[in-house]
Design a protein around this ligand. Structure first.
Ligand code: ATP
Length: 245
């Protein structure tokens, strides 16, 4: 479970908060999509959940553990439990699909093992298993810079799963993809969520994807939570509240 208690984020030099006194509880069985105009605070929100973004006020709790008052070491271990996928994938271009997936384990290895790329038989087997789950079983030895955007995002998802995450976060995971590939990726994300009961939170610009795949939608506007409901509750009035002039 994730709990935000009156969280405010102010960037240095900014006259208004990017996140403004936001309180919300998110439960394990939920697949949450976060909507909002550009600049509404969606990325900032996601980044506060795994301590990539410090908070100015308030507290974030993940599995009852306070994120921002934790030590550096504790924050690293929390980050390991938070799988994250990104708009631009953040892969290592010259490495193969398999090698990129295995980097999901770096956080759990001694630094010399990570540097030398030392992975156990079990870890490799798990990587192959995950590649089958995301539909990339025949691409393990391909370099990722030779893949399409949708395939790259599958590698990003596989790398996150390699972390054995407790929560799954996406910062605009389909913003660089065409509509049909975006749909395929959301279908995959929802399938993984349903199979693993993995608390998932995804920022998305495409309202129809949120309507189709989310179990719960959060709407942000000027850093405030202005909508919180199921996809069926996202009617015209709610849409105007989130996006209206
Ligand atoms: N590093 C930063 N320094 C200063 N201000 C920032 C920084 N990052 C974001 N902001 C500001 O904080 C607010 C929220 O930004 P954020 O990126 O979280 O919004 P967003 O909803 O994810 O937008 P987009 O959909 O365009 O990615 C915006 O006003 C933005 O200009």
């Amino acid at each position: 479970m994730i709990q935000l208690r009156e969280v405010t984020v102010r960037y240095p030099g900014s006259s208004y908060p990017a996140i403004d006194q936001l309180s919300v509880d998110i439960y394990k069985e939920e697949f949450v999509c976060v909507l909002g105009k550009s600049g509404a605070g969606k990325s900032t929100f996601i980044r506060t959940l795994n301590a990539l973004q410090p908070v100015s006020e308030g507290e974030v709790l993940v599995s009852d553990q306070a994120v921002h008052s934790a030590s550096e070491k504790q924050q690293r271990s929390m980050r390991m439990k938070a799988g994250m996928i990104f708009q631009h994938f953040h892969l290592i271009p010259r490495l193969t699909v398999l090698q990129n997936v295995l980097t999901g384990r770096f956080g759990q290895k001694k630094s010399y093992q990570a540097l030398l790329g030392l992975f156990s038989h079990e870890e490799r087997e798990q990587a192959y298993h995950i590649l089958r789950q995301v539909g990339l079983n025949d691409m393990a030895q391909r370099r990722v810079d030779a893949l399409s955007g949708g395939q790259k995002q599958r590698v990003g998802i596989a790398r996150s799963l390699m972390q054995d995450p407790e929560i799954f976060l996406g910062d605009e995971p389909v913003a660089s993809l065409d509509p049909s590939t975006s749909e395929t990726i959301f279908h995959l994300l929802r399938k993984i969520h349903d199979e693993k009961q993995l608390l998932s939170i995804m920022n998305v610009h495409d309202v129809s994807l949120a309507r189709k795949y989310a179990s719960r939608i959060l709407g942000l506007r000027d850093g405030k939570l202005v909508f919180d409901g199921g996809p069926d509750e996202l009617d015209e009035a709610a849409y105007q509240t989130i996006y209206g002039a």
